[in-house]
Design a protein around this ligand. Structure first.
Ligand SMILES: Cc1cc2nc3c(=O)[nH]c(=O)nc-3n(C[C@H](O)[C@H](O)[C@H](O)COP(=O)(O)OP(=O)(O)OC[C@H]3O[C@@H](n4cnc5c(N)ncnc54)[C@H](O)[C@@H]3O)c2cc1C
Length: 474
C-alpha cells in the first residue's frame, strides 16, 4: 500500500458523502480534517433527512397497520399521540447516530472542526468556528461535500410560522388539522404520509400529471391508490399560484386544467419542490472549480473538479441526490487521492421512496427505455400470486424486471410493495454483476418471502412461473 501519511486532506461538509470520505482517508493513513457546522458529523441525511424521516415513517406504518388490523379480526383503540415523546424519540435516534459518528471520528484521529469553511485559495481554507474564532488551514487536497438545501419558489415564499420546508416538517411542532404539501416528489409524499398517519388531513399538489415524476407509472399506481385513501386530496396537473397568510391559516390558490376548487385554506403548508446544491461557497471563485448552470460543481468520473487540488462529491455535484450515491462518491474520491485506480461508474444507483407501499427501482427504467427507443423485454410478477404478500394482506405490489432481449441480461428492476426498499438490493446486485434473468431464475429463494418475487419475475420472463398462469397461444 502506498504511503499516504504525509497527505493532508480536508473534507468540507460532514454528511454521508463527507464523513465516509474522511473516515476512509483516515483508514488509508492520511491526515484528515473534517469541517461541518454541527456538533458531530451527519449532515442533512442524519440531522434533517433520511434518518428522522424514516424514524417517523416507522411510526406512521405502525399506526396504519393498527387500523388495517380490523380486517383480520383485531381491533385497536385509536392511538393516543404524545407528540413530545414522539419528537424526543426521533431526536434520540438522530443523537445516537450522530454521536456514534463523533466517536468514530475521534477513534480514527480525524480532526473534527465545528465551523463553516470558505476558500482562501485552492489549498487553504478559512474556517469560521461556532465559538466565533477563525482559523486558516492548508491542505494537499480538499474534498467539497457541502450537500444541498430545500429549493425555494420565490412566489410561494412567505414569512409565516405556518410555512414549512422538509426541515420544519420534521421538527413536528404540532399536528395541524390540515396540511398542504406543495410537490408530489418523494420528500412531500413521505412527510405527507407521516402527518396523515398522525391525523392531519393532507392535500398534495403536483404540477405534473402524476406523483413521483421519473418513476415508472405502473410502480406508482398502487401507491397512488393507497394515498388516495390516506390523503384528503391529490391534485395533479395543478400549480399552487399563491400562498397568503390569513387569521385562520394559509390561503392557497390553484391553477391548472384539472382544478375544481380554485382556493382553499390550510393550517400549514409544506413546500417540497426539490433541492438546490450548496455550491455558493465563499471564495470558491479563488480556485479553478467550475459550477454548471444548475449550480452543481463540475467533476469527472473520478470526482476531480477543474482544480487539481479539489475534489467534490455528493448532492453538490449532481443527481441523484441520495445518501448512498454521496458516500460511494466520497470513497471513490479518496481512493483516487490515494493513487488507486478507481472511477465512479455504477450501473445502478437504487432509488427508494419510503412510503407505504414503498416504491424502489434500480438501473434502467421503462420510462427511460421508451425515451431512448431501446428494445427491452419487461417481465412482471404481480404480488397477488405471492404467498408471502397474501399472508401480510398486501397483494397490490408488483416486481418487474427489464431484460435485454438478445443477451437476457438484467438491465433494470422495479418493485412496489412493503419492503421494496430492502428487496431492491438484490436487483442492484444482479445489475452490477451483469446477471442474466436465468441466474435469478435458478437462484433458490427462501419461501414464503417477498424476495421470491424477484426470482418469479425472471420465471415470468421465461414463461416458466408456476404461480401465474398464461394460456398458451394457439
Ligand atoms: C427529508 C429528507 C429525506 C431524505 N431521505 C433520504 C433517504 O431516505 N435516502 C437517501 O438516500 N437520501 C435521502 N435524502 C437525501 C440525503 O439526505 C442527501 O442525498 C444526502 O444527505 C447528501 O449527502 P452529502 O454528503 O452530499 O451532503 P449533506 O448531507 O447535505 O451534508 C452537507 C453538510 O455540509 C455542511 N456544509 C455546507 N456548507 C458548508 C461549509 N461551507 N463549510 C462546512 N460545512 C458546510 C452542511 O451544513 C451539511 O452538514 C433525504 C433528504 C431529505 C431532505
Amino acid at each position: 500500500m502506498a504511503d499516504n501519511s504525509n497527505l493532508r486532506i480536508a473534507v468540507v461538509g460532514g454528511g454521508p458523502g463527507g464523513y465516509a470520505a474522511a473516515f476512509l482517508a483516515a483508514d488509508l493513513g492520511m491526515k484528515v480534517t473534517l469541517i461541518d457546522p454541527e456538533v458531530n458529523p451527519g449532515g442533512v441525511c442524519l440531522y434533517r433527512g433520511c434518518i428522522p424521516s424514516k424514524a417517523l415513517l416507522h411510526v406512521a406504518k405502525l399506526i396504519e397497520e393498527s387500523h388495517q388490523a380490523k380486517n383480520w379480526g383485531i381491533e385497536f383503540a385509536d392511538p393516543k399521540i404524545d407528540l413530545a415523546r414522539l419528537r424526543s424519540w426521533k431526536e434520540s435516534v438522530v443523537k445516537k447516530l450522530t454521536g456514534g459518528l463523533g466517536q468514530l471520528s475521534k477513534q480514527r484521529s480525524v480532526k473534527y472542526v465545528q465551523g463553516r469553511a470558505s476558500f482562501e485559495n485552492s489549498n487553504t481554507l478559512r474556517v469560521a468556528k461556532g465559538n466565533g474564532g477563525e482559523e486558516s488551514l492548508s491542505f494537499d487536497r480538499i474534498i467539497i461535500a457541502t450537500g444541498s438545501r430545500p429549493a425555494v419558489v420565490p412566489s410561494l415564499k412567505i414569512d409565516s410560522p405556518r410555512m414549512m420546508d422538509s426541515t420544519g416538517a420534521l421538527d413536528l411542532q404540532d399536528i395541524p388539522k390540515s396540511l398542504l404539501v406543495v410537490g408530489g416528489g418523494y420528500i412531500g409524499l413521505e412527510l405527507g404520509s407521516v402527518y396523515a398517519a398522525l391525523g392531519t388531513r393532507v392535500t398534495v399538489v403536483e404540477m405534473l400529471s402524476g406523483l413521483l415524476p421519473g418513476a415508472d407509472r405502473d410502480l406508482v399506481l398502487p401507491l397512488h391508490k393507497r394515498l388516495e385513501k390516506a390523503f384528503e386530496g391529490i391534485l395533479l396537473n395543478t400549480t399552487v399560484k399563491s400562498l397568503k397568510e390569513e387569521k385562520n391559516g394559509i390561503r392557497a390558490t390553484f391553477e391548472g386544467k384539472d382544478v375544481k376548487e380554485k382556493e382553499k385554506v390550510f393550517d400549514r403548508a409544506l413546500v417540497s419542490v426539490g433541492r438546490k446544491p450548496n455550491s455558493e461557497i465563499s471564495g470558491l471563485d479563488k480556485t479553478r472549480v467550475q459550477v454548471n448552470q444548475r449550480g452543481f460543481i463540475q467533476v469527472n468520473n473520478q470526482l476531480q473538479t477543474d482544480d487539481p487540488s479539489i475534489f467534490a462529491i455528493g448532492d453538490v455535484v449532481g443527481e441523484p441526490m441520495l445518501a448512498h450515491k454521496a458516500s460511494h462518491e466520497g470513497r471513490t474520491a479518496v481512493e483516487v487521492i490515494a493513487g488507486h485506480k478507481y472511477t465512479f461508474e455504477p450501473n445502478a444507483i437504487p432509488a427508494v421512496v419510503f412510503t407505504d407501499p414503498e416504491v424502489a427501482w434500480a438501473g434502467l427504467t421503462e420510462t427511460q427505455a421508451q425515451a431512448e427507443g431501446r428494445q427491452i423485454k419487461v417481465a412482471k410478477f404481480p404480488w397477488g400470486a405471492s404467498g408471502r404478500a397474501v399472508t401480510i394482506d398486501r397483494t397490490e405490489g408488483m416486481t418487474k424486471m427489464l431484460i435485454d432481449p438478445e443477451t437476457e441480461r438484467v438491465l433494470g428492476v422495479g418493485i412496489v410493495g412493503p419492503g421494496a426498499g430492502e428487496l431492491i438490493a438484490e436487483g442492484v446486485l444482479a445489475i452490477e454483476m451483469a446477471a442474466l434473468a436465468g441466474d435469478l431464475e435458478l437462484t433458490i429463494h427462501p419461501h414464503p418471502t417477498l424476495s421470491e418475487t424477484v426470482m418469479e419475475a425472471a420465471e415470468v420472463f421465461y414463461g416458466t412461473s408456476t404461480d401465474v398462469y398464461r394460456p398458451k397461444k394457439a
